[in-house]
Design a protein around this ligand. Structure first.
Ligand code: 3PG
Length: 307
């Protein structure tokens, strides 16, 4: 019998698991669960006899892929697939997919939530500021970026976006101001919300040269990936710009250095939680299960990322 493993270090909401189980079992497949595991060895063992795997930020590295002797498909229930060793998957003929858009509203809500939290002095009771009328730059206008724009417009923010892969018309039809270069985006906006994936082009790309263009006061919001930030430059930005704030859902490796000197301008969620809502878990988890059924039964490769 076809066996589908859900391997989630950070488990889905129970309602999402219930929905995944229904899709898998209705297809005549068997579901195995590995939730909240603490060692990568547990993942490697669990993959040994399965045909398909659903993961979140879990690392599907070459050891995992190599251990899956029957493995045909890995679906990342979410957007970023930088946690899958695509080369290893392709070499073994394993299809890798993501579920684009399914958890994007949850991530966008967190980005705006962190901005409000910061603008109100982390709810310290003192006089804060409002988001209305402030300039927000969306760095990459994918599913999350679009949702951030929609919500920010509701707050009355002036919304700008830069994305070299999305046409000017597509950005402008949402009532968002198109910006042609990343430098101009940073020079224009007091708030920047990051939505770039982590890949060879983007890693370390958010550096001092870019950040120091931001007008005073400046606030960078990261619900994307820690790897896109040049962390030494981030610290330099804190040191040189007393107005600079960094709000992040992805922990920097130099968090203790930042907290030591700049606690009043820094917020980091205790665990990456942008996509951690019941709604996002249901959307992404069930989409992943359906994609597996579609692939195994019909050979449907929509959303394959290792073509
Ligand atoms: C994504 O890429 O979809 C988000 O970063 C969410 O990741 P998570 O499923 O590990 O919360």
């Amino acid at each position: 019998m076809t066996k589908v493993l859900v391997a989630t270090d950070k488990p889905f909401a129970p309602a999402a698991v219930k929905g995944i189980r229904k899709v898998v079992e209705d297809a005549g497949f068997e579901l195995a669960l590995l939730e909240g595991y603490t060692s990568q060895d547990d993942f490697i063992k669990a993959v040994a006899d399965v045909d398909a795997v659903i993961i979140r930020s879990d690392k599907a590295d070459s050891a995992v892929i190599g251990a899956g002797t029957k493995l045909k498909i890995i679906v990342r229930a979410g957007a970023g697939y930088d946690n899958i060793d695509l080369q290893a998957a392709t070499a073994k003929g394993v299809v890798a997919m993501n579920t684009p858009g399914q958890n994007s509203n949850a991530v966008a809500e967190l980005a705006l939530g962190m901005m409000v939290y910061y603008a109100r002095g982390f709810f310290n009771g003192k006089s804060g500021s409002e988001l209305m009328g402030k300039k927000l730059g969306i760095h990459a206008y994918g599913f999350v970026g679009k949702n951030v724009a929609r919500i920010a417009k509701g707050f009355g923010m002036e919304v700008y976006a830069f994305d070299p892969f999305i046409s000017r018309q597509e950005i402008e039809k949402d009532g968002v101001k198109w910006i042609g270069t990343v430098e101009e985006l940073y020079s224009t906006c007091h708030f920047i919300s990051l939505h770039i994936p982590a890949n060879s082009q983007t890693k370390l790309s958010v550096n001092f040269a870019l950040l120091s263009r931001m007008p005073i006061p400046a606030c960078l919001v990261n619900t994307a990936r820690a790897e896109v930030i040049h962390e030494a430059d981030l610290l330099k930005m804190f040191q040189e710009r007393k107005d600079f704030a960094y709000l992040t859902d992805v922990e920097p490796t130099n968090k203790s250095d930042i907290e030591a000197g700049f606690k009043a301008k820094f917020f980091c969620t205790p665990k990456k939680m942008g996509a951690q809502t019941e709604e996002a878990n249901i959307n992404a988890g069930i989409a992943a299960a359906r994609q597996i059924v579609g692939f195994i039964k019909e050979g449907d490769k929509t959303f394959q990322v290792n073509k």
